[in-house]
Design a protein around this ligand. Structure first.
Ligand code: NAD
Ligand code: MG
Length: 389
């Protein structure tokens, strides 16, 4: 029986994870669930899955949760704050950690899981983009197992040999082909992008996701973050990672080999497939996802991305090439700009302008430890805030 901590259990990935786990009570037990503010939803999850621990963001949220759980007669322990998140992710009783908090808030607990040798199912790409080598070193040192949940990276993982050792050339890998839907604005006239609303930006054509990643998909910063994520997960250089627009999101990504073979992983766009794959790896379990009907899909379409339409994708490649803390600065500026867009403080195209300006003005340096990383992340956030206000 595997004991699982789900960081961010009330989010889109968290809910899909609980759906898969609920189908296999003989294999998995929930050790801890965490949420930021959505106490009522967390209480319902606690009622169904009876975790040992539940973690929320604030003392006030914890008080509410304690009261609701007491009324229902549920014995789950309640804690709050970052230290409690880290404890839930590194507890000796926990075997597997689903890292599904959105953004930099997930870094500390995901790193805690990496340092304590857990099996980590990584959805929280921002944590890896920010901490890069620090994170991979922690995984290597503790012997943790890192399995990608992002559908593209999970697809790539499935297309690589089981013995893959993060050296593409050593395995005959020529290129990683990262597919991208292009989001809701793939065909919209570029001049009109200035005026799109948050509602239009979060309406993804193929996937239902949290608001932040949905905006990232509309700017294609999501794909940019995924290029950096692929660099760290698979040891591929920027020149070995190519983005291919594939609006249907049927092929989740591909690996191109030196002999001309291209291996792809296909499936309906439903995150329960990569979640079930990583949970059971190397076995296979049912996920609840319906079988694919290829004849119904009919045709698969591909095109090249346009950096003019999607400047965020170019900014992310630039940050990867610059190295050091540049990806962390990119990520921090993006988080601030996307939140400001969702709060209607800036327009859609201001997102890429803010990030470009922060990249230009905030000097990037080496990331030697977590403190230097957080210091540079903080400076980038400050710079982004001052551009917005
Ligand atoms: P979401 O917004 O639906 O959920 C986020 C979760 O994180 C919630 O449970 C929330 O309570 C928690 N959270 C938010 N801020 C927090 C904070 N400051 N402290 C502690 N907890 C906090 O997001 P999502 O769509 O589920 O995405 C989660 C992560 O997975 C993101 O990094 C995203 O990029 C990645 N991802 C998501 C999808 C998808 O299909 N949704 C696909 C690939 C990767
Ligand atoms: Mg993805």
């Amino acid at each position: 029986m595997q004991q699982i901590t789900i960081l961010g259990s009330t989010g889109s990935i968290g809910v899909s994870t609980l759906d898969v786990i609920g189908r296999h009570p003989d294999r998995y037990r929930v050790f801890a669930l965490t949420a930021h503010h959505r106490v009522a939803e967390l209480a319902v999850q606690c009622e169904h899955f009876e975790p040992q621990v539940a973690v929320v963001g604030t003392a006030q949220a914890a008080e509410t949760l304690v009261r609701v759980l007491a009324e229902k007669g549920i014995k789950t322990e309640v804690a709050y704050g970052e230290a409690a998140l880290c404890a839930a992710a590194s507890a000796p009783a926990c075997d597997v950690v689903m890292a599904a908090i959105v953004g930099a808030a997930g870094l500390a607990p995901t790193l805690a899981a990496a340092k304590t040798g857990k099996k980590i199912l990584l959805a929280n790409k921002e944590a890896l983009v920010m901490s890069g080598r620090l994170f991979m070193d922690a995984v290597g040192k503790s012997g943790a197992t890192l399995l990608p949940i992002d559908s593209e990276h999970n697809a790539i993982f499935q297309c690589l040999p089981a013995s893959y050792s993060r050296v593409p050339a050593g395995h005959g890998v020529a290129k990683i082909l990262l597919t991208a839907s292009g989001g809701p604005f793939l065909k919209r006239a570029v001049e009109t992008l200035e005026n799109v609303t948050p509602e239009e930006a979060v309406a993804h054509p193929n996937w239902v996701m949290g608001r932040k990643i949905s905006v990232d998909s509309a700017t294609m910063m999501n794909k940019g973050l995924e290029v950096i994520e692929a660099h760290w997960l698979f040891g591929a250089a920027a020149s070995e990672i190519e983005v291919v627009i594939h609006p249907q999101s049927v092929i989740h990504s591909m690996v191109s080999y030196v002999d001309g073979s291209v291996l792809a992983q296909l499936g309906n766009p439903d995150m329960r497939t990569p979640i079930a794959h990583a949970l059971a790896y190397p076995e296979r379990i049912a996920s609840g996802v319906s079988a694919m009907d290829l004849a119904q899909i009919g045709q698969l379409i591909f095109e090249r991305p346009d950096f003019g339409r999607f400047p965020c994708l170019k900014l992310a490649y630039d940050a990867l090439l610059a190295g050091g803390s540049a990806p962390a600065i990119l990520n921090a500026a993006n988080e601030v700009a996307v939140q400001a867009f969702l709060d209607r403080k800036i327009g859609f195209r201001a997102i890429d302008r803010v990030i470009a300006q922060v990249m230009e003005t905030v000097a990037h340096g080496e990331v030697t430890d977590i403190n230097s990383l957080l210091e540079q992340d903080g400076r980038a956030r400050e710079a982004a805030h001052s551009l917005i206000s």
